[in-house]
Structure formats: structure tokens, C-alpha cells
Design a protein. Sequence first.
Length: 281
Amino acid sequence: QFREDGFLVLERFCTAEECDSMRNRIQRVIAEMEVPPHCRTEFSTKEEEQLQAQGSSDYFLTSGDKIRFFFEKGVLDERGNFLIPKEKSISKIGHALHAYDPVFKEITHSSKVQELGRKLGLEKPVIVQSMYIFKQPGIGGEVTPHQDATFLYTEPLGRVLGFWIALEDATQENGCLWFIPGSHTNGITRRMVRAPPGTSTCVEFVGSDPTYDDNQFIPVPISKGGLVLIHGEVVHKSELNKSESSRHAFTFHVMEAKDTSWSKENWLQPTPELPFPSLYT
């Protein structure tokens, strides 16, 4: 099913207790969060906004081996002060929860995740990034149609895999994922790469973004504790959360490192402090 569609839903992958432990842990992380105003980056997936906000921000570009905070649009005034409570304004926390936070590290390396990797035939999987996504009620921004390999490019393609765990029910109302089944077989037409030094933004897009037919997408609602496996080239999106309920998720990306080269042009790079850790422990 996964090889045919490019995604797979596994309900009840995590227990309610595991989901709650991740949610409780992230509340503590937010309570201790200190973000200087000049580092407050609004997170967007629209290309122009993305280049402006993340692309001009070292805070984003150097977050691969750290735990950093990104905010929804419209929650900050021009001085970077919060217009609403900070815990309601945050969009995501990334990108190294799997390495530095004991609760998320344990989930990422859990025996069931490792077993799933082996069932998928992964020989030398490494974890490249992780994120906690909030999808706040009423303001949780849309994520425009994209392929993960645009941002996490490998040669050959087809070596990146997303694990997306619903920590609350993800419904059509609160912004569940939508996929174009089978769209992982056509390669990619666009990449986000590090821009040459001296450019006004740190990253830029090369190639073109195809237009997708809305009718091709199917919604993939999933219950709390469910896991969605996401092929690096499958086209997916999520809508604005207009509901009263949040849609928390923990997600991480794995690369099959055997016979694979990670692009030096990717925004995310392993560092001496944090080489990509092996999934198998």
C-alpha cells in the first residue's frame, strides 16, 4: 500500500499515554521558552513569505541541531512582542527534539519505530530532523502542497521518509493531512537550496512549482496515536485550522543512508555536534 500510494496510515501506533507524555513535555518546554524578539520567526509555507521569514533568518538555518521556536503569522507586533499568549502563538518547535529531549528521543527510537524501519527494508536509517507541530485553533496556518524532498534532497531520490504521529485527533475541520495518492513516482520539479553568500536571503528556490488539481487530493483524517508514513516525494498539504481545537503532531524524517548522498545544498546540514543519529540503537 505504501509503495503504491506514497503514504500509509497506521492507526493506534502510539498509546494515549505516549501521546499525552509528548504533549505534557512540550508544555514544559514552552513554559521555559526564551526567544529574543529578533529571533522570533513567523513560519510560512508560501514561497515569498518563506524566503523572507526563514530565508533571511540564521535562527531557522542553524536550527538543525537545536530546539528552536517558530510562530504563526500575525501573532507578533512590529517589535516582535506577542499579541496573544505565547503558548497559543507557536506554530512549531524544531528541529532536533529527537536528539536533545529525552521524551521525544525515546519515541523516535522506540522499538516499534525501529521495527517499522526494518519492515520497510531500511538498512542504515538515520534521523535528519524532528518537529512538534501545533496547528493552533483558529489560526493554525495552511501548509501549501509540497514534497518533502524539495527541502530534504538526496541522490538518488526516494531515500527520505516522514513519520507523522497525531497527538490529537486530526480531522478535516482542524487541518488533517491531504495527499495525492501515487504522486511520489514523478520525481520533483523544485528545490529549496542554500543561497550563495552575499544574497539577501539564506535560501532560494530553484525549479518551478507545479499547480496541482485540488480534486486529486484526498483527506487523511487520523485518530490520536495514529501514524502516517510519508514518502519523500508524495504531494501533500493541510488546510488552515478554522476549528476550535488544535491538531498537535510530532513528526520526524528518516533517510536511508546506505548508498545515499545528502545534498550539501539542503538548508539542513549535519554538524560536528550532531551528525545524523542512527535510527537503530
